[in-house]
Design a protein around this ligand. Structure first.
Ligand code: SAM
Length: 251
């Protein structure tokens, strides 16, 4: 997979993408991440990329010209290197507190594209014409406002890259993760020692009986989802229409 990041602060990505799973995925050429400084696409002699909002207001807005120019130039590069099909399979993702809230299902969908262009906003946001003309999807990492799209881009990219084939040694760890089965979090996990300060690991996990372990894990995953994240179960019920059925039956 090829990922392009458009940002005012490419240096911010250096630490987080150098280490651990993402660092290895880059080293093993499973993913290639290219950073583009939005200022490099400014035609202003002072490399200015923002201006005051029409109508007044507190903050500055990222101008459309450098962003149009950057995305068009990246798409032209993809067209030359990989062909029109890959351009058509490339999504432009804007990180924005106004977007759909990110979740594991979106991470899985995004991990299926051959290339992705992430646009990180800053200041008071981005000229609306960029959203209208260039952006395929807006993603929020939660209902709060950060200073820039860089941290959200790191979060989203990390969650996508770890899903790419070959990135994690054992695919089972992805399938056991919270949210892999929509609406459920992971069962409790333990490691050695089996007894620590009189705190014992559940016997079933030491039994070697794989069927019983699997059943126990499913039961625990359900129990702890109900306790820790009942909202996930409510979402599942309303998505499946169970809630509205119950409402209809009651009336
Ligand atoms: N005035 C904008 C609004 O109310 O929608 C917020 C601008 S915010 C200070 C600057 C940039 O940070 C945004 O353009 C976006 O790229 C990024 N950002 C802030 N919060 C975010 C969130 N929760 N998820 C994703 N991106 C976010």
């Amino acid at each position: 997979m090829k990922i392009y990041v458009l940002t005012l602060f490419p240096e911010m990505f250096q630490g987080p993408f150098q280490y651990s799973i993402i660092g290895r995925a880059i080293e093993n050429e499973i993913v290639d991440i290219e950073f583009h400084d939005i200022r490099d696409y400014s035609e202003d002699k002072h490399r200015k990329v923002d201006d005051y909002p029409f109508g007044g207001g507190g903050g500055m807005i990222l101008k459309p010209e450098p962003i149009f120019s950057a995305i068009e130039s990246i798409k032209n590069k993809i067209r030359k290197q990989d062909g029109e099909d890959v351009v058509a399979d490339t999504k432009v993702v804007l990180l924005s507190p106004q977007g759909d809230v990110f979740d594991q299902r979106k991470a899985m969908t995004l991990s299926g594209y051959s290339s992705l262009i992430f646009l990180c906003g800053h200041y008071d946001g981005i000229d609306e014409r960029v959203m209208d003309q260039l952006v395929d999807l807006e993603i929020s990492i939660g209902d709060y406002v950060l200073s820039g799209g860089e941290l959200p881009a790191m979060v989203v990219i990390d969650s996508i890259v770890r899903l790419l084939p070959g990135v994690l040694g054992n695919r089972k760890s992805i399938e056991d993760d919270s949210h892999y089965i929509e609406g459920f979090i992971q069962f409790p996990q333990y490691t050695r020692p089996s007894s620590f300060r009189d705190l014992d690991v559940p016997n079933v996990l030491l039994s070697g009986n794989h069927k019983e372990i699997e059943e126990w894990r499913i039961e625990q995953a359900i129990k702890r989802t109900i306790t820790k994240r009942p909202d996930l179960i409510d979402d599942l019920k309303s998505d499946s229409g169970i809630d509205s059925l119950t409402d209809t039956e009651q009336t």
